[in-house]
Write a protein that binds this ligand. Sequence first.
Ligand code: 13P
Length: 253
Amino acid sequence: MMARVPLIAGNWKMNKTVGEALRLVDEMLPGLQAVQGVEKLLCPPAIAIMPVAAMLEGKGIGLGAQNLHWEKDGAYTGELSTAMVAEFCQYVIVGHSERRALFGDSDLNVHRKVTAALAAGLKPVLCIGETLEQNEAGRAAEVLSAQLRAALEGVQINSAEALVVAYEPVWAIGTGKAASPEPINTLLRNVVRPTLAGLLGQELAEGVRVLYGGSVNAANAGEYFAQPEVDGALVGGASLKAADFLAITQAAA
Ligand code: 13P
């Protein structure tokens, strides 16, 4: 079995002006570059993608968008096409729970976005996760596998690196209530990876990185990365502070 290279991704959400974004990148860049054996990814707000791309050029740090539209071009006010994103980014976050809850990212639209991203050579970071209510009703496994099937049914990938899955329990996002590492590992091993195997085939599924996200910080990151099924993290709040994001990245090395 091929070892999966850990991936640490910072989802800045709607934080940082361009000026602030450039200062943050400047602050974290030398430290991030020094960490070996870990893939690093920054996902700033769309308006900062272009200037951040210029700063990251040749630095070995990936860039991702937080969303895209599946149509090639046209009258879609406020949206970014895959070609626009692919000019600067290698990755794109798709199906984040905030977009599902607040901006109409239905399972169907998530599927369209994953398909469009892959067709443009972008690597989707496909977010899945159950709400608190679903979790308390014991429905986490069912929700995760349904979200994976809806997003990936009929989708072809050429290599395991072309797709990343991020398990972000909605109740753990921005709440400080990080999920316990062992149950996460069990859910990934028993539900997420077997569902991926059913959709993509065993071999590709074994190579797809599966990240954990939800209140990951410098203090708890190591406990997640110690779990064999957790291949890195999708970090929100703690990715906005250079020292914290760097410490999380170092914990994955
Ligand atoms: P927090 O790390 O702020 O909980 O956010 C997680 C997240 O939603 C990353 O996409």
